[in-house]
Design a protein around this ligand. Sequence first.
Ligand SMILES: [Zn+2]
Length: 286
Amino acid sequence: MQKKRKTGRIVLLVCCLLLAVGGGVLALRGDVRFRMIHGITRALSRGTMPEETAPACRSVSLDALLALPETTLRYDLMLIDPAHPLPEDFLPSLEEYGDSGVRATKETLAAYAALAADALEKNGEKLLVTAAYRTEEEQRAAIAEAGELAASVGASEHQAGLALDLCVRGYGGYSFLKTAAGRYANANCARYGLTVRYPADRTAITGIAYEPWHFRYVGLPHAGIMEENALSLEEYLAFFEIDAWYGYEDYLLSRQEGPVFSLPENASSVLLSPDGTGNWFLTVRL
Ligand SMILES: [Zn+2]
């Protein structure tokens, strides 16, 4: 009897640990085709999982989807690493930050501008960009300079214009975290659609050493969900069952194989992003 109770306590302890460590991830596995992501944590604490009715969808081809006025094609959720290199002819859509010479996608620069303004207001320190978009040639030069620290050509998020390396003057690299603005950026970047792409506790998954200076634009609500569930981009993408729809706040999210997609009726905006693994990510608002 006592042994049974002890076993019960151990099982309970293990369950609690699983809930605490990876509750969100575990909860998204299963057969339900549509779920409210924001309800998962609450539902787990009750020991049940919410099941919602799937949105009414229609089938659209890739061409038809791209031709819709509400569709935007971007690369925000593209996994870029040595196993998932950029296509050879990949040309990101770039803008320059003022006349600074810093180039990245429009959304990446806007996220930086908002983060830097808040960091300056709260901490009195300027967040500076040490690396943004790199051409293939510049990536080659970075490899020559930094050796293994720089990703191979085609495998760098900098080449997609989706990554920024930040510092405070005199505090680059790991010493960035010695500054209040550096700590602010690391703690709050998700609010701006950015993620610390290579966290200290995910090196086995990302294959890259901890880089508290390297921020990757993934956009909203993705950065927030990743932050809430402590997920790397690799884990976040894997979290979505192919062709299922998920609800989060007023977004509908789906990772699909294509080339024929299911699309909710009444979608008012559709952000389509290749995920780098051959699938596509749809971020939809009704
Ligand atoms: Zn970087």
